[in-house]
Design a protein. Structure first.
Length: 188
């Protein structure tokens, strides 16, 4: 059962993924979550920044779980990583290109102006990189190469999502999946 606190966080996740940090106001979060104003400050006494940090963490955990599930479906990272990217492309399309990259807008908007939000985004991206890096290590890539490749994968994913959303096409993400596969086929 979802609590009011969970509803507020989930609504924040959805709105910030679509609109970004600055365009998402507390009144909109309250209205769309159905929570009374007092509950927002009860659960998040530090306001929007604290709520956003919670939303980033929740989104990060959900995506980390999705990555982990897809990585577990195949022994071979050369298959698993492109499969994840292709599934992500389908999810972006299913959202009518309004979702995908739940951390991106917050990271771009706050990286140079809010240290706490920047750190929350850094941790989110790092958790995803760690899952990819572990899969690559299991597939025979060195630890150093796995770390570098995982950064390339995240960067390509984020860029592919931005291009897919702006072009209203999954082709950029499909291109990323194909190129990442070719990169990984190059070997450890």
């Amino acid at each position: 059962m979802s609590t009011k606190r969970d509803q507020i966080i989930d609504t924040t996740c959805q709105l910030m993924e679509v609109q970004g940090y600055h365009a998402t106001g507390l009144n909109q979060i309250l209205a769309e979550s159905g929570a009374p104003k007092g509950s927002l400050y009860y659960y998040f006494p530090a306001g929007k920044e604290e709520l956003t940090i919670e939303a980033v963490a929740r989104s990060a955990r959900a995506i980390e779980q999705r990555i982990s599930l897809v990585m577990a479906d195949s022994d071979d990272p050369i298959t698993a990583v492109p499969t994840f990217i292709t599934l992500l492309a389908q999810q972006v399309a299913a959202s009518n290109f309004s979702a995908g990259g739940p951390i991106t807008a917050i990271a771009v908007e706050s990286a140079s102006t809010n240290e706490r939000l920047r750190e929350a985004c850094r941790q989110a991206y790092q958790s995803w990189q760690d899952v990819f890096a572990e899969k690559l290590r299991q597939g025979g890539f060195s630890a150093a190469r796995s770390r570098r490749l995982s950064a390339v994968i995240i960067a390509a994913l984020e860029g592919g999502i931005i291009l897919s959303r702006s072009q209203q096409s999954i082709q950029p993400l499909l291109d990323v999946a194909e190129e990442v596969e070719l990169l990984l086929r190059g070997g450890p």
